[in-house]
Design a protein around this ligand. Sequence first.
Ligand code: SF4
Length: 219
Amino acid sequence: MSTAPAVLNVAATHVGTEALGPGVRSALWVQGCPFHCAGCVAPDWIPDRPARRATPGELAAELLADPRVTGLTLSGGEPMRQAAGLAEVVGIAREIRDVSVICFTGYRLERLRAQPPDPGVPALLAAVDVLIDGRYVAALDDGRGLRGSSNQRIHHLTRRLADSGHDLDRGPRSAEIAIRGPEALLIGVPPPGLPAAFDTAVDAVRGRMSPGRKHHRER
Ligand code: SF4
């Protein structure tokens, strides 16, 4: 009996960013998150609703289309709710290129190991080099590091990025803005104040041009 191929529910992708970890990376954000953190800057991606449907093979090819890409960053939404499909994306991608993998999750690592929310969690954890865990707490957002708030932890599950020279816990943040037609995508973990400034700028542009959509990223 054959099993149906995994299909992921994808909020967005971006090929080639330097704002989500060491080197040039591609980002994959899944749709749907159970946590509803106050202050989440990706509220459009919290509802568990159909978004873009894509297979692991399609996504792996897309994310590695830029030959400069040396890593993948998985975020959302909640990646661990689509862990099986994401593990397949990583597996196929690594047949093309030996990319490093950073994954954000609102779950704690201990919970993922003891009570995985998706059957694919062990496979995804086995493929991830750096896991950034825990829910976003706005009051603990100190403007540092790749994590959104200081309660979130950086787990080097492998040594691959541990000696990269990047302090993922307390290093400086950076963010990028990508314009795609009527949409603006804020990529990275923005310093405090940037999302509000981004909102204001997008609203100002929308006031002068045809209506568009905007997305924020916190992680
Ligand atoms: S901050 Fe992250 S974990 Fe929290 S609701 Fe937003 S996407 Fe989910």
